[in-house]
Design a protein around this ligand. Structure first.
Ligand SMILES: Cc1cc2nc3c(=O)[nH]c(=O)nc-3n(C[C@H](O)[C@H](O)[C@H](O)COP(=O)(O)OP(=O)(O)OC[C@H]3O[C@@H](n4cnc5c(N)ncnc54)[C@H](O)[C@@H]3O)c2cc1C
Length: 503
């Protein structure tokens, strides 16, 4: 069959699915994109509420992948803003710069606290906690318990939903390796950060790119471009079943407003969560594959967007909330990302971010109660007065984070082997591959999947999401071939401490 006769079916209209369709369009191939929601963009969507635009967590556009950068620029053109970044840590009603600045940190902590931090550090040096198996021990041994409890404990526990004593020490050891209190103080004094090779780490403190009306603007444009080229982007079209004959996928059964229908194709690209994909094979996938897929877990996320009747609340794009007495983990100030996110210059729109599990107390609270909680917490923090908050909206995002718990990698391997035994289906993207990645890596896997449909033979699983590209900008931006071949692993997400099974 010539490539032009191909009829690819793509599951999901997030960054991965739409990028695959975009790449195929460029090669003259029309595809069908099936999206279960009534909006494109997936986790990178922009929600609109009474003219206010907000993200599911602020979405910075940053990449080392040149083809990704080129696609963003090609699509967004003049609508791609270059924004100055300010994001600080909020603790005890004080703003701390991140990375820390010595003067600011000392002023905020006060002399007494600074002395106690030093004593706690000296204690940790003299009597380190051994054996060092969990996050709390690892960080306290290097920074002292007091500093750990201010800058690490509360935020980490909010994000990951588990006590730091249950997070394996392997994670901080790889994420913050080489950093000691002395080096942190030196960096805070010099305002420079270097890595272990002495290279200056340019963190994303200074600037980032962002579409004028939020990330959804990018994905709505891509959806329009592919539709204009003859492809279909079908919203409210949930994939219910993957129909296969033992060697390949034949079609997918979807649920639409009008009922169920089967969409046939020659090639299939899936960005839907692995767990659901495998559960939906018809006839069922082998039992061990279903078992592996069902063991995969996710962390969920919700945003409470509040409209505040004040033009300026704080200058940050976002603030990390380290106070343990509120549930919220981070606050976005969307106006500071782009003024066009807010329709009335006299008002602000804040996105209060809560990390949760589907079905837990936060997740199941009514929207009204969540808005009330958000108002109360903003007031507790002293960042806004409840009387100034005139409206609010809630967006729940299930499966925002794929969880890397013990055994997840083996489970993904089982699924991957099964998928690779079929000749015409590829997995792409974040939940599509159970990889904790950003838009750019989701897009890269999709670009390679599209190239494979055109006859190439890229290994999508070797795309490296764990490279510390996100924190460190060094060297040239890479092209497809360089990146498809890189494969190292450094967990960017924590794992639980592995305990010996009870006898
Ligand atoms: C809080 C937060 C902040 C983030 N910040 C950034 C950032 O600053 N910069 C950045 O680049 N990235 C960021 N990310 C990551 C980014 O959101 C993801 O990497 C990206 O959206 C992944 O794209 P995707 O297409 O792989 O998956 P998704 O965005 O999850 O899209 C998958 C799509 O598939 C659809 N789908 C699922 N099941 C079905 C089904 N059965 N049938 C049909 N459709 C289905 C979904 O509805 C969804 O639209 C952030 C993520 C979070 C949670």
């Amino acid at each position: 069959m010539s490539t032009l006769q191909k009829k690819p079916v793509i599951i999901g209209a997030g960054p991965a699915g739409l990028t695959a369709a975009f790449e195929l369009c460029k090669a003259g191939i029309r595809s069908i994109v099936l999206e279960k929601d009534n909006i494109v963009g997936g986790i990178s969507r922009t929600v609109q509420y009474r003219g206010y635009h907000f993200d599911i967590g602020g979405h910075r556009f940053f990449t080392k992948v040149k083809p990704v950068e080129d696609m963003w620029r090609e699509v967004l053109q003049a609508d791609f803003l270059h924004c100055q970044r300010l994001s600080r840590i909020y603790y005890g009603k004080k703003f701390f710069y991140y990375p820390l600045k010595a003067g600011n940190a000392l002023r905020n902590l006060g002399i007494l606290n600074a002395v106690l931090i030093l004593l706690s550090y000296l204690k940790a040096q003299a009597w380190p906690s051994k054996p060092e198996t969990n996050f709390e021990q690892w960080v306290s041994n290097r920074f002292g318990y007091r500093l750990y409890s201010i800058f690490f404990k509360s935020y980490t526990e909010k994000v990951w939903g588990m006590p730091c004593t249950e997070i394996s020490a392997e994670w901080p050891a790889q994420r913050i390796k080489g950093l000691s209190l002395l080096e942190a103080v030196k960096a805070a004094l010099l305002q420079k950060q270097t890595n272990k090779d002495g290279d200056i780490i340019k963190t994303l403190i200074d600037a980032f790119d962002y579409p004028r009306k939020g990330p959804g603007m990018m994905w709505e444009r891509v959806a329009n471009i592919v539709k204009e080229s003859g492809s279909e982007v079908r919203l409210n079209a949930e994939t219910l079943n993957i129909l296969w004959d033992g060697t390949q996928v034949i079609g997918v059964r979807i649920k639409t407003d009008k009922g169920e229908e089967v969409v046939e194709g020659t090639d299939f690209v899936s960005s839907m969560p692995i767990r659901e994909l495998i559960q939906r094979f018809d006839p069922p996938a082998p039992a061990e594959v279903v078992k592996a897929a069902e063991s995969l877990k996710y962390r969920d996320f919700l945003t409470v967007a509040l409209v505040v009747n004040k033009p300026d609340l704080f200058p940050d794009n976002w603030i990390y909330i380290h106070d343990p007495d509120v549930k919220l983990g981070r606050i976005q100030n969307f106006k500071n990302w782009s003024p066009e996110m807010v329709p009335d210059p006299a008002k602000s729109c804040l996105g209060l971010e809560y990390f949760c599990f589907e079905g837990d107390g936060l997740w199941t609270m009514s929207d009204q109660d969540l808005i009330a909680l958000g108002k109360k917490e903003l007031e507790t923090l002293g960042l806004a007065n409840a009387v100034d908050i005139e409206d609010g909206a809630v967006v729940r995002m299930p499966k925002a984070y794929p969880v890397y718990d013990p055994g997840y990698d083996l489970a993904v391997e089982v699924v991957r082997n099964f998928i690779q035994s079929l000749s015409n289906i590829q997995l792409v993207g974040r939940n599509g591959m159970h990889k904790y990645n950003n838009q750019d890596h989701s897009m890269l896997t999709a670009m390679l999947a599209a190239k494979n449909i055109l006859g190439h033979n890229y290994d999508l699983w070797s795309v490296n999401v764990d490279q510390e590209y996100q924190e460190e900008i060094k060297g040239e931006k890479k092209g497809l071939d360089d990146l498809a071949l890189v494969a190292t692993t450094q967990p960017r997400v924590p794992r639980r401490v592995e305990r010996a099974p009870k006898p």
